[in-house]
Design a protein around this ligand. Structure first.
Ligand code: GDP
Ligand code: MG
Length: 370
């Protein structure tokens, strides 16, 4: 570990290897492209090129960012889909989330007290589905602005008595920008003035053509309030998941994103994480956005303490030094020293950026409000 060849060093600097070899010759070192450089030589060279080196940590952090979630297709296995519910205000998003949670969790997990951690999991036909409980639009904008792509499927809720509205269109744009498949839930069909055909007509004009009309968009008619069509909707989510084959490697160290986080008076920083790859375990050294720590305790969406959680599972953790932001990405390291080093570099960098930002202040909200 920590070895760096002349060629790799040249690549990091964006210079030809011959440049480095010449420079080494001038320093009295004869080297080839594939030769390993020792630490002193790297420092010497770096100083010569006017760059600072932060030992191997810099190399690791770069690879962490390049690798993304580090999914290895060869050993990947199917994981549950992660679903975000979007739609115009008052079209029934919250009612639908509650309805799904109640029909599925109270039935399945006897005695489980649901607690709000920003996401929850249900089981339908023996298969799990993860729902993000945060407002869909906010989840998309803040998460994606911070580089996290956590949604696999969007359920677009449109009230059958109201039809397509501005936030309906906005939701379609978000889902398309993120290349996330859309399932339409035509809600409030229990209402006397419900007109599902009108919704289908309007959405067709937006390019979401129902299968019945020769298109490829799945439409499900539901009443979130009465619980009608919920099973159909879950079935369709699982169908899309089956087609898309969302995968992860449970045997790897965990990576994922922060769904929400806050400071708890007693517990300190508390963060809900969504595991996107690997398995998160108690005691894992972890870097989360610009902070780090060691996973002290984990609580799942029904308030139970857990020791390890796999892909697509939301979990609330404690043990971080600071409160991260929603949409921050996290990564687990084998050794705590490395997690600490990277965490410290990031915290320092964040401070510098913060100082710069206060001079030209444009917040995410300024960018995304409307
Ligand atoms: P949100 O703003 O999209 O989260 O919408 P809510 O879930 O808060 O619902 C807005 C209003 O519509 C509430 O008064 C709900 O009770 C009502 N509502 C939601 N779903 C249904 C439904 O299927 N049928 C009827 N009749 N009312 C509904
Ligand atoms: Mg709501």
């Amino acid at each position: 570990s920590g070895s760096l060849t002349v060629g790799q060093f040249a690549e990091k600097l964006g210079r030809p290897s011959t440049d480095i070899i010449k420079k080494l010759m001038a320093l009295g070192v004869m080297a080839t492209k594939n030769q390993d450089l020792d630490k002193e030589t790297v420092e010497l060279l770096a100083a010569d090129y006017g760059v600072s080196v932060e030992e191997e940590v810099v190399v690791d952090e770069a690879s962490f960012e390049d690798e993304g979630l580090g999914i290895d297709e060869e050993t990947a296995v199917i994981r549950p889909p992660v679903v975000t519910i979007m739609g115009h205000v008052d079209h029934g998003k919250t009612t639908l989330l509650d309805s799904i949670r109640h029909t599925k969790i109270t039935a399945g997990e006897a005695g489980g007290i649901t607690q709000h951690i920003g996401a929850y999991q249900v089981t339908h036909d023996g298969k799990k589905i993860t729902f993000l409980d945060t407002p869909g639009h906010a989840a998309f904008t803040t998460m994606r602005a911070r580089g996290a792509e956590i949604t696999d499927i969007t359920v677009l809720v449109v009230a059958a008595d109201d039809g397509v509205m501005p936030q309906t269109i906005e939701a379609i744009h978000h889902a398309r920008a993120a290349k996330v498949p859309i399932i339409v839930a035509v809600n409030k069909i229990d209402k006397p003035n419900a007109n599902p055909d009108h919704v289908m007509q309007e959405l067709s004009e937006q390019g979401l053509v129902p299968e019945d009309w020769g298109g490829d968009t799945i439409f499900v008619k539901i009443s979130a309030k009465k619980g009608t069509g919920i099973d159909d909707l879950l079935e369709m989510i699982l169908l899309v998941a089956e087609i898309e084959e969302f995968k992860a490697n449970p045997e790897k160290l965990a990576r994922g994103a922060v769904i929400e986080a806050q400071l708890d008076k007693g517990k300190g920083p508390v963060a809900t994480l969504l595991i996107q790859n690997g398995t998160l375990k108690i005691g894992d050294p972890i870097v989360v956005g610009n902070t780090f720590g060691r996973v002290r305790a984990m609580v799942n969406d029904v308030g139970r303490r857990v020791k390890k959680v796999g892909p697509s599972t939301p979990v609330e953790i404690t043990g971080l030094n600071n409160v991260p932001l929603a949409g921050d990405q996290f990564i687990v390291f084998e050794d705590e020293k490395k997690a600490r080093q990277i965490g410290e570099i990031r915290a320092e960098r964040a401070l510098i950026t913060e100082r710069k930002e206060t001079t030209s202040k444009v917040s995410l909200d300024d960018l995304f409000e409307k």
